[in-house]
Design a protein around this ligand. Sequence first.
Ligand code: ADP
Ligand code: MG
Length: 316
Amino acid sequence: MKEFELIRQIQQQATPPGTGVILGIGDDAAVLEIPAGRHLVAATDTLNAGTHFPLETTPFDIGYKCLAVNLSDLASMGAVPHWALLSLSLPDADEQWVQSFIQGLMSLAKLHGVSLVGGDTTRGPMSISLTALGSVSPGLQMQRSGAIPGDLVVVSGTVGGAAYALEQLQSGDEVQEQHLLDRPEPRVALGQLLAGHANACIDVSDGLLADLSHILEASVCAAKLDLEKLPCSDALAKVGLEARYRYQLSGGDDYELLFTLPPNSLEKLVDWRRQLDIRLSVIGEIVDGSGVECIGANGQPYLIEYAGFEHFGVNG
Ligand code: ADP
Ligand code: MG
């Protein structure tokens, strides 16, 4: 099968084009109508086989995940997703593979009203790059730099479950919660609710501490984290405390939203929980200084010395 036949197949699977698509797949470029009075929000992420997903991942799940990670980035900005562009580098033109890959991608795209409007298909080592485009009301985008001392630190869903599943998979153990690894749920609706309320927001892709540190560095402040409050998946709840904290704090691939809210927002938090039926856990607070101070179950500081994370003390 040749490249243009693959593209035709992708085009067939990608229909019907949704709102704002003046011209989709099939021309030299797509033509899109940005909703009136809104700003365009753009994110792109590449998944390389073996690095960003295990080699045994099904094509359906790879398709799902390459869109999910990008929708998660748009969600953390508070954007409404609209369109996607897909760059596929594949070792061979495997029609079956591409078909289930696009099925996976479109299953999530339909859920969020996202249209696949273009891309590129080439031969090479497997690499998938997706660009997601969305929109936000001018000035309402959430950024990493807006956290203020006194803010509550909140995280959606649970953290650590994907990293735990990956470790089980890699060590040949039974994987209890593989969906946390293969089918992360981008928090698109939550992001839109938070826009205009949260002072800062990021999606947790590299691990809670690493991503919290990005907020703290951009906002020039520190955080205190109450480790007992970290939300835990069912499988991870059975793991010993020390290992559990390690997964929750430094495991990656959670794709949850981590955000800071003014302290008088607790009522809103209750509303959002009810409205979206998701967990939203207050796990700490923003304070003056730099770095993260973790408080353990006994109320005492808990020292973290994980690879990939530098522990800074809170001062000031
Ligand atoms: P060109 O050579 O002009 O860049 P292509 O032959 O690469 O055009 O692509 C033809 C059409 O198919 C374009 O509209 C392009 O956006 C679309 N396309 C190519 N590959 C993909 C893909 N993997 N996913 C979605 N659309 C694609
Ligand atoms: Mg062209």
